[in-house]
Design a protein around this ligand. Structure first.
Ligand code: ZN
Length: 303
C-alpha cells in the first residue's frame, strides 16, 4: 500500500504501468477513513484491507503529477534523526563509532515533499540519503523484538545539512538547526506500508547528482539498526503515531571528501531506496525558489 498526500488530503497511490494514479481516501471510502494522513495510523490495518480492493479504474481515480506529492506526514509530533549511524560514514568523517545513538531533530517546518526546489543558505550544503521510518503505533519502552510492529511504513528521506552552521559552534555542534532550513527535510515520494518491505535491515540506497553517483549504501551497514533505535528512543520519550525516524546516512557525503564538495545552484539531487521510490531536489541561490504546483494549488484554493 502506497499512501501519499495531495492538496493536503490523504491519497492511496498506484504506480502500475509507470503511471502515478491516486484515489482520495476519504471520498473513495465513503468517509470510512480520514482525509488526513496523520489520522490514518490508528486505522492502518483496516486501511490496508480496504486498499486491497481499491479500484484505480474508477472514475474517481486521478492521474497525478509527481510534483503534486507533498510530504506524506507534514506535521509529525516528533522527528528523530540519527547521526554517524553507518560504519563507513563515521569513518569518512573521522569520528569514532558512537556507543549510543547520536540523536538530533529536524524541525517539522523543514519537511517537504518528493520534488522540491531548495534554496542554498550557504556554500556548504551537503547531501545525506536516508531511510525514514514512520511510526504507526506509539508507546514507551518498546522491546527490540517487537519494535518493527510499531512501524507503519517507510520513505526515502534527505537529511540536507548546512555544514557551515553545523560546525560553527565549535565544541557544541548545531545539528538540529543546521539541518532544518526551509526544504531541508524532503521525504517521500509516499509511505510504502511496512508489509511491503521484507527486510528494512537490507535495503540498498543511492544518491546521485546528474550522472555522478555520490552515495551507495545499504541499511545492513547501520551501527544501530531500526529495532534498536525504536527500543532506545522509546526508553526515553514516548513515540507517537506519525513520528518520523531518519535512520542515518551511508558514506559519500561531501563533507567527507577531499577536497570537500557541496551543492551549487543548478544541481539536481536524486535519492532512491530499493522498493521505496525516489525523491528529487533542485537547488537555487537564496531567495530564488519558484513556487511549486502543490503550493500554487493551495494558494489558489485560499484566494
Ligand atoms: Zn543524517
Amino acid at each position: 500500500m502506497l499512501i501519499g498526500t495531495v492538496n493536503d488530503r490523504a491519497f492511496l497511490l498506484s504506480t502500475e504501468g509507470g503511471q502515478l494514479r491516486g484515489l482520495d481516501i476519504e471520498e473513495s471510502s465513503g468517509g470510512r477513513f480520514s482525509s488526513q494522513t496523520a489520522e490514518l495510523f490508528p486505522d492502518w490495518e483496516a486501511l490496508r484491507e480496504w486498499a486491497t480492493s481499491a479500484n484505480f479504474d474508477a472514475t474517481s481515480a486521478r492521474t497525478l503529477d509527481f510534483d503534486e506529492l507533498q510530504a506524506p506526514v507534514a506535521t509529525p509530533r516528533q522527528v528523530f534523526a540519527i547521526g554517524m549511524n553507518y560504519k563507513d560514514h563515521a569513518a569518512e568523517v573521522n569520528l569514532d563509532l558512537p556507543s549510543t545513538p547520536a540523536v538530533f531533530t529536524k524541525y517539522v517546518s523543514s519537511l517537504t515533499g518528493a520534488l522540491e526546489t531548495v534554496e542554498l543558505p550557504s556554500e556548504a550544503v551537503d547531501w545525506e540519503v536516508e531511510l525514514v521510518a514512520v511510526v504507526g503505533i506509539g508507546g514507551r519502552d518498546i522491546p527490540k523484538d517487537t519494535a518493527l510492529d510499531h512501524v507503519a511504513g517507510y520513505m526515502v528521506g534527505q537529511d540536507l545539512s548546512d555544514r557551515a552552521l553545523q560546525f560553527a559552534g565549535g565544541g557544541a555542534p548545531q545539528f538540529s538547526v543546521a539541518k532544518s532550513y526551509k526544504g531541508f527535510a524532503p521525504t517521500g515520494p509516499w509511505i510504502t506500508s511496512s508489509d511491503e518491505v521484507a527486510d528494512p535491515g537490507n535495503l540498498s540506497m543511492t544518491c546521485s547528482r546528474g550522472d555522478e553517483v555520490l552515495q551507495e549504501g545499504n541499511t545492513s551497514n547501520l551501527v544501530f539498526d531500526l529495532p534498536y533505535l525504536i527500543h532506545h528512543l522509546s526508553s526515553v520519550v514516548e513515540l507517537y503515531p506519525g513520528d518520523l525516524i531518519f535512520t542515518g546516512t551511508p558514506d559519500g557525503v561531501g563533507f567527507g571528501r577531499s577536497p570537500q564538495q557541496y551543492l551549487v545552484p543548478g544541481d539536481e539531487l536524486v535519492s532512491s531506496i530499493e522498493g521505496l521510490g525516489e525523491i528529487r531536489q533542485r537547488f537555487v541561490p537564496k531567495g530564488e525558489a519558484p513556487v511549486n504546483s502543490a503550493l500554487r494549488e493551495k494558494e489558489a484554493s485560499l484566494a
